[in-house]
Design a protein around this ligand. Structure first.
Ligand SMILES: [Fe+2]
Ligand SMILES: [Fe+2]
Length: 166
């Protein structure tokens, strides 16, 4: 499943990188819009599992963690919006269609194979940190530095969650 995750991730990232060449904040906005979806999907599934009497010992910890992550991603999104990342309808339309598909993929994936779903998001978070790191080579943006650190933290948190549900 790891190989499947990285193939899908690399393909998607290459397409987005190609389409958004030279439009950094628009690309970041699309990535942040998409980045929020898995956390909301994880929360949806955990909520449903709870309603069906399937609450495990790690349940409350995971709910709190994923809620904090989704809010943090919204803060990232707001920053990209303040830099004009969502100024054009074509970017908004692209991201909003993609996020709908990505949300439902994550709902199903997390329901049937939670560790693999975490692994996919782990890869996405590492890619996000790498993307911001590359940007910082030739741009000075303190907020992007903080956001990059947040993405590294998200990756670590996902790794911990993965270990927790072994
Ligand atoms: Fe983010
Ligand atoms: Fe993140």
């Amino acid at each position: 499943m790891k190989r499947f995750n990285s193939t899908i991730l690399n393909l998607t990232v290459n397409i987005i990188d190609f389409l958004y060449k030279g439009r950094d904040y628009q690309r970041f906005w699309v990535l942040e819009e998409i980045a929020r979806a898995p956390y909301f999907a994880f929360l949806s599934v955990l909520h449903l599992r709870e309603s069906m009497g399937l609450r495990g010992p790690e349940h409350i910890y995971l709910m709190e963690e994923h809620f904090a992550q989704t809010l943090n991603e919204t803060e990232h999104l707001e920053y990209m919006e303040s830099r004009g990342g969502n100024a054009y309808w074509v970017d908004r339309a692209f991201a909003r269609h993609l996020v709908l598909i990505y949300y439902w993929i994550n709902v199903v994936y997390y329901w049937v194979a939670p560790r693999s779903a975490y692994d996919l998001s782990y890869g996405v978070e590492l890619h996000a940190a790498e993307t911001y790191n590359k940007f910082l080579y030739d741009h000075d943006d303190k907020r992007i530095e903080e956001i990059m650190q947040d993405e590294i933290n998200h990756a670590e948190e996902l790794h911990n969650a993965m270990e927790m549900i072994k």
